[in-house]
Structure formats: C-alpha cells, structure tokens
Design a protein around this ligand. Structure first.
Ligand code: 13P
Ligand code: SF4
Length: 332
C-alpha cells in the first residue's frame, strides 16, 4: 500500500521509519539484495555489522573499480557521500543509494568548488590532481583524480615540467611531495579523524609495545607519519599486516579497519593509535552515520538516492576515467 511507504525527508537525509525489532536484518538485507539484483559496496570504516554483510569491502580505489565494473541494477553504498557520488558518476543509468545522505567528509567540505575554481585561476599553468575525497563539483574542475593507493603512481606519471596543484588533503599532498620529489601547490584541507592522532601518545604506546610496527594512513599529520613503518591506503595496511612476520601493530587510521585486521589475522594484536583529545576512539562521525537499520530501510524503500546534474556528471567522469586508465594494474 502506497500509504505505508515513507517519503524521504531531505532535511533528515535518511528514511526515518520504525524497524520491527524481531526482524533478522541480516537475512532481510540478503533477501532484498538477491530479489533486487543489488550490490552492497562497503568501506572498511563502516560498523562491523555492515562490513560483514557487504558483497565487496575495500579502499576508495577498490570501491571505484567495483562500481565501474558492476552489472547490478542497484548499488547500495555503505560509505560516505563522495564515494556514492563517484559510483553514480560511473553509473548514470543505475540507482545508487546511500543509507544516510548526511554522511559527508571533512576533506570534501574543506574544498567548495567555487573556491577551488578561484584558486585554479591563480595557478593557470597547473594540472589539478584531486584526491577522490571531494565533491562532484571539485572533480569536474580536476584533470586527474587519485586515491591513497594510486596517488604516488599518478603524480610520478605527470611530466616533471608540468606544475601540479593538489587538492584537498594537505597531509597526503605533503607526503606525496616527499615521496615523489614533486613540488606541488597544496589546498589546505584535512581529515578530522586523521589530523587528531597524537605524536606524544603514539610514542608512549610504542614504548609500551616495542614488538609492534606502526601502520599509518597518509591523511595523518607529518609528525605521526614520521614514526610509521608503513604508510598507505586502508587495503595496503591490511595487506602489510597480513604479510608481516610481526605479531603486533599500532594502527593510525579510522578504527573500523581493526575489525577486518582481526578477522584476517586472528593471532596478531592490533592497537588503535590514540587521538590527542580525551576521547579514546577514532571513529569517523560521517562514516558512522550509516547503521544496519538505515541500510535495511534504504534497500527496502530504495531511498535516499544520489542524483546529480548531467553536465556536471560528465565533467567529473573524465578525470575519474583518467585515474582508472592511468592506474590500471596498480594494486589497492
Ligand atoms: P582509503 O580507504 O582509500 O585509504 O581512504 C581512506 C579514507 O579516508 C576514506 O574516506
Ligand atoms: Fe573523510 Fe576523514 Fe571520514 Fe575519511 S575518515 S570520510 S577522510 S572525514
């Protein structure tokens, strides 16, 4: 009956309807995925329940590749808005759903498209390389998109004489400049989760766990990165932990990934790196807006859906396709 279907209230950003507490949401989600030919793509920063029910779980590059290759009728994206938006840019004819439309990203928020356009005008000779953590408007202004998996490869592939403007993450940009020897103009954006890890507390933790190696995401501040034994994307951190002979790791990224690390390597110890503030968790408030209940409702009512203007989508597709072509064969 139509009257039973809740209408998405755009100001809320998710379907706000009661969920029967007796329902087995895992079974219901599996059933609807089959019936609707839906694929559930999830990032490692999602809550463990969502990770466990996903068809594919990965880093931003892996997720973009999956979105580009899927033949599902419906893409349900358990991640943040820019990730679902990227899936929509690649799949204009498919429905792309995000359980909570408010799941944003501080990096994307730091770089409004009109401000980047003005910045570009001040650097007219520069090639714009943007980290995938940005809006469709910023992607449309970019020459190439990159992720933490392929950024060094992409930056190194650009001819040396071509100046580069890198947006929006200044920490990843600085790390790339060190790694590739390229002097880039940086946008001053940061991730609210990764910028809070404390060097002081990390050193104390290292002293308590002398057997542990430090794994860090390149969105962390330089003061933290300088103590890392491995710097890379979420997937590369997982791989490093799996392949290393060490029994313990201190992990400087969103703590959702510890769920996969512990599943992958049940005999190893994973300790989250501590943030500077009193709070001892390092959860992304945006990623964690998605819940298993919202996921169930989203799949059931096929809302909230990602929409975008077609001219903008086409402009944003070009630098994403360029990234996928340039990083073919590059592992995540
Ligand atoms: P990756 O999983 O691509 O390393 O990105 C981390 C991140 O912050 C996503 O928002
Ligand atoms: Fe954005 Fe940081 Fe959250 Fe990733 S962890 S989605 S970069 S705010």
């Amino acid at each position: 009956m139509m009257a039973d279907i809740p209408v998405l209230d755009e100001t809320v950003g998710f379907i706000d309807a009661p969920v029967d507490p007796l329902l087995n949401l895992f079974e219901e989600i599996e059933r609807m995925k089959r019936e609707k030919n839906a694929v559930l793509l999830a990032h490692y920063y999602q809550e463990p329940d969502i990770q466990d029910i996903a068809d594919y779980i990965g880093d931003s590059l892996g997720l973009a590749r999956q979105a580009a290759a899927t033949d599902a009728d419906l893409i349900v994206f358990a991640g943040v808005h820019f990730m679902a938006e990227t899936a929509k840019i690649l799949n204009p004819e498919r429905k792309v759903l995000l359980p909570d439309l408010n799941a944003g990203c501080s990096l994307a928020d730091s770089c409004p498209a009109p401000e980047l356009a003005a910045f570009k005008e001040r650097h007219p000779d520069h090639l714009v390389v943007s980290y995938i953590n940005c809006t469709v408007g910023v992607k449309a202004l970019s020459d190439i998109i990159c992720t933490s998996s392929n950024a060094a490869h992409i930056v190194s592939s650009i001819p040396k004489e071509k100046p580069i403007l890198f947006a929006p993450d200044r920490n990843l940009g600085r790390h790339l400049a060190n790694e590739t020897g390229r002097d880039m103009v940086l946008w001053e954006g940061t991730c609210i989760v990764h910028e809070t890890f404390s060097e002081r507390k990390l050193l104390r933790l290292k002293a308590r766990h002398p057997e542990a190696l430090v794994l860090a995401h390149p969105e962390c501040e330089e003061a933290v990165l300088r103590h890392a034994d491995h710097i890379g994307s979420t997937t590369s951190m997982l791989r490093f932990a799996r392949e290393s002979a060490r029994p313990a790791f201190i992990v400087a990224t969103e703590e959702g990934i510890l769920h996969q690390m512990r599943k992958d390597c049940p005999d190893k110890t994973f300790v989250p790196a501590p943030p500077e503030s009193g709070c001892s968790c390092s959860r992304c408030p945006h990623m964690r807006l998605n819940t298993i209940e919202k996921l169930y409702l989203c799949l059931r009512f096929e809302e909230p859906e990602i929409h975008m203007e077609e001219t903008l989508r086409r402009a944003a597709l070009r630098p994403i396709e360029r990234m996928l072509e340039m990083s073919e064969g590059v592992g995540t």
